[in-house]
Design a binder for this molecule. Structure first.
Ligand code: G3P
Length: 221
């Protein structure tokens, strides 16, 4: 079970967060963070990072295939074997079909993993909630990687996503992401009814990791 509120860091495929630098980023988060954090390294780094940290490690993506004749896919069972605690599903930079989202949410339940389904607007957030994941992460694609956070630029849509998700399934927690960079962004996200944030560039590309980690945490209660 992932404690909330939570700050989830998607390492994506930035030079700053793969291989050795991904390990260093994880060490820094573990060293300076006091709240609940989750890290999502690139697939090739997952096993090593799981073995080197106490932080919960999630996959960024897993393919919806059963063991067998598939090429170039990441098998769910193989990811489970690395020791991950959960996975992002349907990130807007790696979208999948509806049946694949359902397949992965179900597999997560069977294996006791935390599922985080990403959605691009409040309506798709509600649709994702109908599949019963642990989290829905609302991220407007146009704000991803930018300087303005979703909680500042689109507060009404974050609140709407929370309302719509809870109306479908009150047990699903909502995160928001895109452009989250500081404590104020985190604070606003929580005030709007979310239970955490999903972020990448604001931390991964930061020069001074310690100060950004502390700054982000200043928005936690
Ligand atoms: O999954 C996190 C994400 O897409 C947001 O990215 O760089 O805007 O924090 P970023």
């Amino acid at each position: 079970m992932i404690s909330k509120p939570v700050i989830m860091v998607n390492y994506k495929t930035y030079n700053e967060s793969v291989g050795k630098r991904g390990l260093e980023l994880t060490v820094n988060i573990e060293k300076y963070a006091k709240g609940n954090w989750v890290v999502c390294p690139q697939a090739v780094d997952v096993r090593e990072i799981v073995g080197s940290t106490k932080l919960p490690v999630f996959a960024q993506h897993i393919d919806a295939v059963e063991p067998g004749s598939h090429t170039g896919h990441t098998l769910f069972e193989a990811m489970v074997d690395t020791g991950i605690k959960g996975t992002l599903i349907n990130h807007s930079e790696n979208t999948i079909e509806l049946w694949q989202i359902e397949f992965l949410v179900k597999k997560c339940k069977v294996e006791g993993l935390t599922s985080v389904v990403c959605a691009n607007n409040p309506v798709t957030s509600a649709a994702a909630a109908a599949l019963g994941p642990d989290f829905v992460a609302y991220e407007p694609p146009e704000l991803i990687g930018g300087d303005i956070s979703v909680s500042t630029a689109k507060p009404e849509l974050v609140a709407e996503a929370v309302r719509k998700v809870k109306a479908i399934n009150p047990n699903v927690s909502v995160l928001c992401g895109a452009g989250v960079k500081n404590g104020e962004d985190v604070k606003r996200a929580l005030e709007l009814g979310t239970e955490g944030v999903l972020l990448a560039s604001g931390l991964v590309k930061a020069k001074d990791l310690e100060s950004v980690i502390r700054e982000l945490e200043s928005g936690l209660p």
